[in-house]
Design a protein around this ligand. Sequence first.
Ligand code: ADP
Length: 480
Amino acid sequence: MIYKIFNTIAFRLTLWFTGIFTICSGVTFILFYFLAVQTIQTQTDQQLLDNASKFSTIIRRNGLVGARELAVVEAQAAGEKVIFFRLVYPTGEVFASSHMSYWKHVHVSKYALTKLIIDKSSVFETVQIPLTQQKARILYSYVAPNVILQTGIAMDFYSKFLLAFKKVFIGAMGFIIIFSALSGWLLIRKALSGVATITKTAQNITGSNLEARVAGIGNKDELDYLVITFNSMLDRIEELVKSIREMSDNIAHDLKTPITRIRGFAELTLVHEENLEDYRIMASNTIEESDRLLDMINTMLVISRAEAGEGDFEFKKINLSDMIKEACDLFAPLAEDKNIRFVQTIEEKILIVADIKMLQRAFSNLLDNAIKYTPEDGKVSVLVFKEKQQVTIKIEDTGIGIAQEYFEKIFERFYRAESSRTSAGTGLGLSLARTIVRQHKGDVFVSSRQSSEQSDQQSDQKGKGSIFVVRLPYSNLEVI
Ligand code: ADP
């Protein structure tokens, strides 16, 4: 449990938050401390310098006797434990001082005297008063030629300040650490609560329960965008699972029919009198159904390979006009059987780079559908023309049409509209056609006459006839 908490982002961020907060506060405290100490020291030094200048003035006016008196009076006035004065010769010999019982262990520093004699300016020292906890600030300064004043002030205020500062520092730092840790933990937990909701939702999602969505907070922050992305990912997964389910249902259905038929033929042959002719019929029917199955499986493989970019496409310069004409010739008898008027307007000599066999399969499927889904006495027209950068192949029929809501669906593998289930088919033709055309960097579009001619309200009704438009990229190969 504890290990789990240590591993959380919230814990780590709290640690960082507390650390940074503590360091910043610590640095602020230290800066403040140095500033305060500096100020105290400057004030003390100034006080010592003022005293020294007072002594200079008195010596000038009243001589050394006046200075001697001043030392005693000033020390008594301020308190003999607070301040002391010594008048010394440059040799270090003391010739006058205030009452020194408290200060007797603070001696004249030889080092300070030498420094003063060399530098000729005041020398400051901070010393520990022996046998006490206190510090003193000492000044050595010339107050008259050959007369040096050694004066010191007990840094009582400084010690008190230091003690108070220590207490405030420890108290404040303790408070800051606890406060920053607590507030950091709460803030980070609140900020990350969205992540916990997403995790919870993700944990609740199973294959059969994909409807759960995370409720957005609406703050338009990073978490909100994460929620939106997560929900749209779920939408896509749900759609994908749905289409996989539909596809597997369709595959099962489409495989069931030929296998049931094969089984039926075998059963009939067993039931009937066993003669060679019966076996022959059964064998030929079985071959026919098996071919259908194999064709279906092969088509599925072609689509999957092409979609995965592993298709065996052989691109060559081809004459598209001739290829479409040949395909139309192949389907003309079928149209004739249904008394369908088959009109072809094909521009000559359109040369493109393509896999001729694959394109033949794609157009055969489109032509086959146009004739299959057009009732007798209808019309199918094929229009092929080139523009600057593309070739358009339009296959239009006057058949049963397609409702607008199925415009995308019919290109999915195994999808067959309800209305067309009575006619033979696998539901793979359009999927294969689109995959092939897309491999040629083109696309296939569908429209049904009604959807463009009638109002939107009625557009989900199937129309009278469909139009399939194939667009392929064109570059003038004759010039190239
Ligand atoms: P199949 O024709 O084998 O059913 P396709 O993939 O070729 O499969 O077509 C998918 C579905 O699209 C068909 O089942 C049919 O509902 C619809 N469709 C395709 N072409 C036409 C068309 N010309 N007119 C009406 N519906 C069509």
